[in-house]
Design a protein around this ligand. Structure first.
Ligand code: NAD
Length: 295
C-alpha cells in the first residue's frame, strides 16, 4: 500500500512557486472575508494567512458578525474588487445560508476569484476551457495523485459529494481533456452507494461524514482519496480529526490511500497560494499564456 502523503508534496510545490515571487514591486495581496465566528473557519483562514505571509505575501482580513446586514458583505467585496492593491479575494465558507454564500461567491471579481467559485470560473471549467481559476481542493487532488505517479486517464473515478467547493469542480476537472478519467458523481440520494464505490478504480470521498466509507465499499487495489475533515469528540474530552474513510480498515486493501490529516489538506492550501500568485501575475499585466497553468 502506497501512502499518498501531501505535506512534502505541498512543500515541493511551494518551493517551486518562490522564484516567481522574487521580483521587484509590491508582493501579492490576498483578502479574506469571514462572517460569524465559526471556529473551523477561523482555523482555516489563519492557516492560509500564515502560509501566505511565510511566502512574503500580504494578507488582509475582515470579519463581520453573523447578523451583519448583507449590504456590508457586498460593499466590502466591491471595495476589494476595485482596489488594485488586492490580487485575490476569498470568501470563507460557510456563510449564513447557502443562497447568500452563492451570491457572495458570484460578487467576487472573477480575476481575483482565487477559490475558483465564481460562476465564470466554474463555467470555464465546465466547458473544459483554460484561463480560469480552478477550485483549490480539486487541483490539490490532481497534483497529489500525479506527484505520486497515479495515472488517471481511462480510470473510473467515483466521487462521493457534489458540492460547489469540492465534488462538482473535481468531477469537471477529472473528466476534462487534460485528465481523461471516466467520472461518476454520487450524493445523498444515490442508490446503492456501496456498489457504486466498489466500481471505482479511484474513489474520492468528499461527503463530510466521519468513516462513511468502510472496507466493503472499496475493491482490492483501488486508489482512495479522503477529502473529509470531520472533528470527533473523544470520550475523555479531547478531539480528533478524521476523514470520511475508515483508514485502518481500508488501507490494507488499497493500492494507495491518503492520510487524514496530512493528505489533501496541506495540498489545498498550497494550491491556493498558486492561484494567488497567478492572480497577481495577471494584475501585473502578464499574458495568461505566459503564466504557468495550475494543472
Ligand atoms: P458539503 O456538505 O457542501 O457537500 C457534501 C456532499 O456530500 C453533498 O453533495 C452531499 O450530497 C454528499 N453527501 C453527504 N453525505 C453523504 C452520504 N451519506 N452519502 C452520499 N453522499 C453524501 O461539503 P463540502 O464543502 O463539499 O466538504 C466535504 C468534506 O470535505 C467536509 O468534511 C469538508 O470539511 C472537507 N473539505 C476538505 C478540504 C481539504 O482540503 N481537505 C477542502 C474542502 C472541504
Amino acid at each position: 500500500m502506497q501512502l499518498l502523503e501531501g505535506k512534502s508534496v505541498a512543500e515541493e510545490y511551494l518551493r517551486r512557486l518562490r522564484p516567481r515571487l522574487a521580483v521587484p514591486g509590491r508582493p501579492p495581496c490576498l483578502a479574506f472575508l469571514r462572517v460569524g465566528d465559526n471556529p473551523a473557519s477561523l482555523l482555516y483562514v489563519n492557516r492560509k494567512k500564515s502560509l501566505a505571509e511565510s511566502l512574503g505575501m500580504r494578507a488582509l482580513e475582515r470579519q463581520l458578525p453573523l447578523d451583519a446586514p448583507e449590504g456590508e458583505i457586498f460593499s466590502q467585496l466591491a471595495r476589494w474588487n476595485g482596489d488594485p492593491a488586492v490580487d485575490g479575494i476569498l470568501v470563507q465558507a460557510p456563510l449564513p445560508g447557502a443562497e447568500l454564500q452563492e451570491r457572495a461567491f458570484a460578487a467576487v471579481d472573477p480575476l481575483k476569484d482565487v477559490d475558483g467559485f465564481h460562476p465564470r470560473n466554474q463555467g470555464l471549467l465546465a466547458l473544459d476551457r483554460p484561463g480560469g481559476f480552478v477550485p483549490c481542493t480539486a487541483l490539490a487532488i490532481l497534483h497529489l495523485l500525479r506527484a505520486h505517479g497515479i495515472g488517471l486517464a481511462g480510470q473510473h473515478a467515483v466521487i462521493i459529494g457534489r458540492s460547489t467547493i469540492v465534488g462538482r469542480p473535481l468531477a469537471l476537472l477529472l473528466q476534462g481533456r487534460r485528465v481523461n478519467a471516466t467520472v461518476t458523481v454520487c450524493h445523498r440520494q444515490s442508490r446503492d452507494l456501496a456498489a457504486l464505490c466498489r466500481s471505482a478504480d479511484v474513489l474520492i470521498a468528499a461527503a463530510g461524514s466521519a468513516h462513511l466509507v468502510g472496507p466493503d465499499w472499496v475493491r482490492d487495489g483501488a486508489v482512495v482519496v479522503d477529502v473529509g475533515q470531520n472533528v470527533l469528540s473523544l470520550p475523555g474530552g479531547g478531539r480528533r480529526l478524521v476523514g470520511d474513510v475508515d483508514f485502518a480498515a481500508i488501507a490494507p486493501r488499497c493500492r494507495a490511500i491518503t492520510p487524514v490529516p496530512g493528505g489533501v489538506g496541506p495540498m489545498t492550501v498550497a494550491m491556493l497560494m498558486g492561484n494567488v500568485l497567478r492572480a497577481w501575475e495577471l494584475a501585473r499585466g502578464m499574458a495568461v499564456d505566459s503564466i504557468p497553468q495550475s494543472y
